[in-house]
Write a protein that binds this ligand. Structure first.
Ligand code: PLP
Length: 429
């Protein structure tokens, strides 16, 4: 595989962009080697600047539920750009997208648009603090909620693979209000609630974690969490930046049948443009300025182009509820293929899948917690990643990430991926 142009660009980039990339996980640091510079994407494939073609499973880290550059989003964007790119004043489309989300997601009565998942989670916690008048909040080890200071305490995703459990630059003061619980361990939550009686504003959780690799929260654990929050007047926040509109049209709420008080979105909600959102109970959301006193703002929030792409994606979801059956079938097929491969090779690595999110953990055992996830052999994952890449399959370049199946993945793509999985595993185990 020729990667000369990518290598040259990376050398140049490193001189002028920290680490050569604008977001850490892109840099291939945890798998070794140089990142590929991408020129274009279409459907299930991306093409790098050296002309290599890959079937890929990152989907820009989640947004591309329908693959790269789907016709209906592209056409909507081309039309929208004729009218201008930003006004900093309200538009009808913002009302339409808010209505559509409220219509689709049962727990959302009011919603505010922002520009990224990080902004969404940050603002949701601020709203919860303003609403309850309390300052502390609980997060779970291995969950990632964006890069706001007080979330970077044992966070997942890039923060996990780079080994920066608490980032320098995060003050002790900031860390002090973040309480850490163990995922899928309700006793760890009870202990914190007891030790910090009437001081906890919120519990924030990825209902299906994707940032320590895919780990599903147990139903009972989620029910208990909901009950504790009710009893203690704690705002329960589902961080659905990854799972929203991926697991179902209601996100993870569609598989647990539990309503959070607030929910955060990003990724799919922007149809491939930079968007985030937070919403939930009207009673809480009305605390946000200018309706209420909790300040939250954004020069480009609700941007017409971003709203256009998001509205096109969500409208497609609303009109085609069958996409989730299609995603489930395709993802189950991939899972089955991988499992058969492992059987043939007498390996029993944990393969976690919920809908179209999946992670192959290089650990032989059950992975239902952060403690189990980190037992994975990341060196072996690095080898696997490069074996797959050589065979034209582009996976997320880190062990503690999800791969995403899109509706654009064809049966042929999936078969090619399963074959590559067999050969790659065979070569390294
Ligand atoms: C990606 C992600 C975020 C952060 O979103 P950004 O748009 O990268 O700021 C927050 N929470 C979860 C669960 C995510 O997957």
């Amino acid at each position: 595989m020729n990667t000369i142009r990518s290598a040259n660009l990376f050398e140049e980039a490193k001189q002028i962009i920290p680490g050569g990339v604008n977001s850490p996980v892109r840099a291939f640091k945890s798998v070794g080697g140089n990142p590929l510079f991408i020129e274009k994407g279409k459907g299930s494939k991306i093409y790098d600047v050296d002309g290599n073609e890959f079937i890929e499973y990152i989907g820009s880290w989640g947004p591309h539920l329908f693959g790269h550059n789907p016709r209906f989003i592209k056409d909507a964007l081309i039309k929208a750009i004729e009218n201008g790119t930003s006004f900093g004043a309200p538009t009808e489309l913002e009302v339409k997208i808010a209505k559509l989300i409220i219509d689709l997601v049962p727990s959302v009565e009011m919603i505010r648009m922002v520009n990224s998942g990080t902004e969404a989670t940050m603002s949701a916690v601020r709203a919860a603090r303003g609403y309850t008048g309390k300052e502390k909040f609980i997060k779970f080890e291995g969950c990632y909620h964006g890069h706001a200071d007080y979330f970077l305490i044992k966070a997942g995703s890039g923060a996990l693979t780079l080994g920066i459990p608490t980032s320098p630059g995060v003050t002790k003061g900031n860390a002090a209000d973040t309480l850490l619980a163990d995922y899928n361990n309700i006793d760890s939550v009870k202990r914190l609630v007891k030790a910090n009686k009437n001081e906890i504003a919120a519990v924030i959780i990825e209902p299906v974690a994707g940032n320590m690799g895919v780990v599903r929260a147990d139903n009972k654990f989620m029910e208990d969490l909901r009950n504790i929050c009710n009893e203690e007047k704690i705002v329960l926040i589902f961080d659905e930046v990854m799972t929203g509109f991926r697991l179902s049209a209601q996100g993870a709420q569609g598989i647990y049948y539990i309503k959070p008080d607030l929910v955060t979105f990003g990724k799919i909600i922007g149809g491939g443009l930079p968007v985030g959102a937070f919403g939930g109970k009207k009673e809480i959301m009305e605390i946000i300025a200018p309706a209420g006193p909790v300040y939250q703002a954004g020069t480009l929030s609700g941007n017409p182009l971003a709203m256009t792409a998001g509205y096109a994606a969500l409208t497609h979801i609303k009109n085609h509820p069958e996409v989730y059956d299609e995603l489930e079938q395709k993802s189950a097929y991939l899972e089955m293929g991988f499992k058969e491969n492992m059987k043939k090779l007498r390996k029993n690595f944990a393969l976690n899948r919920v809908g179209s999110m999946m992670t192959l953990f290089f650990f032989e055992g059950n992975v239902n917690s952060f403690q189990a996830a980190v037992k994975s052999d990341t060196t072996l994952f690095g080898k696997y990643f490069h074996e797959m890449l050589t065979r034209g399959i582009y996976l997320a370049p880190a062990q503690f990430e999800a791969i995403f199946v899109s509706t654009a993945h064809s049966n042929q793509d999936l078969d090619k991926t399963i074959k590559a999985n067999f050969e790659s595993l065979k070569g390294i185990v």
